[in-house]
Design a protein around this ligand. Structure first.
Ligand code: ADP
Ligand code: ADP
Length: 226
């Protein structure tokens, strides 16, 4: 069952020096529970594609459907993780994760219970009361993944989530992310500049061409998951 359907989607940004054509027509269909990575040269439109799927910017052409519904405006059933863990410095790990519940007006007792499950799943048990500056970069990013998962979104969108981490930590985070994904089975769209990372994590790797980006190649990955 396709959960995300991108049909003939294009994006052109207006600008003072003329418009920037960022995406040529993109067709992409992602099934429920599938892990798809997007790789491609910088500036080819990867982040743009992700923003459009999140409903954070309008497409210039074509349409995007999530769960059969054409999306208009920011989507509530997606979780987003960006390159830098955007944690609030004055909130501890638990309260950073619970921010999601406060913003969405979730039932706080249920949210706390879910937060604790996620904290354990992400290997952050014992760090609930620590502040971001007391954590390693990898731990901060794991906390932001927990926050993105708190409302149990149907879709996880990740834009270079480990791009700011050193190579060793990044390797460890790949294993962590795979473990989290195996437990949650979310539908994931991940942007990465690392082909090995994409191959390790995904069911399918999409390669985009230079700006204005389009899908140049698609590789199905059939690796056993630990
Ligand atoms: P990638 O994530 O692959 O590096 P982006 O989607 O960030 O690529 O950008 C694709 C192209 O669109 C780039 O040329 C970039 O400069 C341009 N672009 C991205 N966002 C905007 C914006 N808000 N306004 C104008 N141009 C933009
Ligand atoms: P990561 O892979 O998450 O970046 P590090 O390699 O920096 O983590 O640290 C490995 C482990 O060391 C962490 O999973 C955690 O158990 C512990 N650790 C890291 N930072 C701290 C800290 N500030 N206080 C206590 N333990 C920490």
């Amino acid at each position: 069952v396709p959960l995300i359907e991108v049909r003939g989607v294009t994006k052109t940004y207006p600008g003072r020096d003329g418009p920037t054509e960022s995406l040529r027509p993109i067709d992409l269909s992602i099934n429920e529970g599938e892990f798809v990575s997007v790789v491609g040269p910088s500036g080819c439109g990867k982040s743009t594609l992700l923003k459009l799927v999140a409903g954070l910017a309008p497409a210039s052409g074509g349409e995007i459907r999530i769960g059969g519904r054409r999306i208009v405006g920011p989507q509530t059933n997606v979780g987003i993780v960006f390159q830098n863990a955007v944690l609030m410095a004055w909130r501890n790990v638990s309260n950073n994760i619970l921010l999601q519940a406060e913003m969405r007006g979730m039932d706080m007792a249920a949210a706390r219970k879910r937060a604790q499950q996620l904290i354990e799943m992400a290997g952050l048990k014992g760090f609930e009361k620590k502040y971001p500056w007391q954590l390693s970069g990898g731990m901060q990013q794991r906390a932001s993944i927990c926050r993105a998962l708190l409302h149990d979104p149907a879709v996880m969108l990740m834009d270079e989530p480990f791009g700011a981490l050193d190579a060793m930590t990044r390797e460890k985070m790949n294993i962590e992310l795979q473990r989290i994904w195996l437990e949650s089975r979310k539908t994931v769209l991940l942007i990465t500049h690392s082909i090995p990372e994409a191959v390790f994590l995904s069911d399918r790797v999409i390669v985009m061409s230079e700006r204005p980006g389009s899908i140049a190649a698609t590789y199905d990955i059939d690796l056993p998951r630990s």
